[in-house]
Design a protein around this ligand. Structure first.
Ligand code: GUN
Ligand code: ZN
Length: 401
């Protein structure tokens, strides 16, 4: 398959689009060139732009039907909105259907890879895992581990949860992830077992860290005044393959610890705004040496589009009075930046040998004379511009269908 248009190359220093073309064979990009396409393209042309598939580093699939309940603080929102929604995943058929719907929805917004949380129900998450794998996306996915501070029907015995998770296996491009929900809903025993399993299997880890002040207060009481980040470190949960959502309320010492462990903080600006959790200090974390990713955090975040999440990242930095990322840096974050954070070496770029995940758009505003085409795309972004989304070489979303 040959695709032509203005190509975004996040690995290049230039912050503009480049006329060119991309050739795919099977699930792989085999050739990339500048200038006119060597033959009549199968997709795209002069009016089109081509991006690497967008990546979402933090999202909750069981929460896709719960977007938009505003006005609650995190812990109340979890109790009143999210736990009842996640309880519906007790039914494996419902879970697998919803995972399929959520994945299709993400793909339609240009997301071709994600790190996602399931519910606590291991067997339902196993079914959902297969649904995700069938769509071809690259993903981390695992049951949200919980054994306290949640309704009884959403708490499970620690050994049972770990044993069930240990029997997961990678499928297609989906990798099991050790996913303790957050230290509030996990006993030290469960956290320790989660850390040990991740170590034994060399699996990635995802959890939440320091999102709200009320959560921080609870952690202080529950863990005897220990700093939040140290709680995770104590149980071996801070590794280079750990992605910690939010990281808003962190001390200098905690930032330094995250940097030493080479763990990743997933910035979730739309969720932080929606749940009024605070404005994350992205620039400060970055200068402390903390690796950063970006996530939609649906349903804490109401927006499924990573382009709008990237825009919120810029707006958050501006509102704080920090030097804000440029549109090119924002597009880089949701492609190559997230790929590097998640350790996905063949994602996030359009280069020979990389996985064939692409978004083909046809913007309806003229870019030719625009002084900042990527700025135009970011700020005027319209999902209706998305014509095709290609996942592992196959057209998984087509606007004509
Ligand atoms: N902290 C623990 N669980 C969650 C969740 O589902 N969403 C968000 N935003 N924060 C959490
Ligand atoms: Zn989250």
């Amino acid at each position: 398959m040959l695709i032509a248009g203005q190509v975004f190359h996040p690995e290049r220093a230039s912050d503009h689009l480049e006329w060119g073309w991309v050739r795919l064979e099977g699930g792989t990009i085999t050739q990339v060139g500048k200038g006119p396409a060597p033959a009549k393209p199968d997709l795209g042309d002069d009016d089109h732009c081509i991006f690497p598939g967008f990546l979402d580093a933090h999202v909750h699939l069981p929460q896709f039907d719960s977007i938009g309940v505003a006005g609650l603080e995190l812990l109340d929102w979890l109790e009143q909105v999210i736990f009842p929604a996640e309880a519906r995943w007790e039914d494996p058929a419902f879970a697998s259907d919803m995972a399929e719907r959520a994945t299709a929805s993400l793909i339609s917004f240009g997301t071709t890879g994600f790190a996602a949380y399931g519910s606590v129900h291991s067997e339902s998450v196993r079914e959902a895992f297969a649904s995700i794998a069938a769509r071809g996306v690259r993903a981390w996915f695992g049951p949200a581990l919980m054994d306290r501070h949640a309704p009884a029907d959403l708490c499970r015995d620690a050994d049972r949860q770990i044993e069930a998770l240990a029997s997961f296996e990678p499928m297609g491009r989906v990798q099991p992830a050790v996913t303790p929900r957050f230290a509030v809903s996990c006993t030290p025993d469960l956290l320790a077992k989660a850390g040990a399993l991740a170590c034994a299997k060399n699996w990635p880890i995802q959890t939440h860290l320091a999102e709200t002040r009320a959560e921080l207060e609870l952690i202080r009481e529950m863990f005897d005044e220990q700093p939040y980040t140290e709680v995770y470190d104590q149980f071996g949960l801070l590794t280079p393959r750990s992605v910690l959502g939010h990281g808003i309320w962190l001390s200098e010492a905690e930032r330094a610890l995250l940097a030493r462990r080479m763990s990743v903080v997933a910035h979730c600006p739309t969720a932080n705004r929606f749940l009024e959790a605070g404005a994350m200090d992205r620039a400060g974390l970055s200068s402390a040496g903390v690796r950063l990713a970006l996530g939609s955090d649906v349903a804490g975040g109401p927006d499924r589009s990573m382009v709008r999440v990237a825009r919120a990242m810029i707006e958050t930095a501006r509102a704080r009075g920090d030097i804000a990322p440029t549109p090119a840096q924002a597009f880089r974050q949701i492609t190559l930046g997230n790929a590097e954070a998640l350790g996905w070496a063949k994602s996030g770029r359009l280069a020979p040998g990389c996985e064939a995940d692409l978004v083909i758009i046809r913007p309806t505003i003229p870019l030719h004379e625009h002084p900042d085409p990527l700025g135009a795309l970011l700020y005027a972004w319209d999902d209706r511009w998305i014509e095709q989304v290609i996942v592992a070489g196959s057209i998984e979303y087509d606007h004509r269908r």
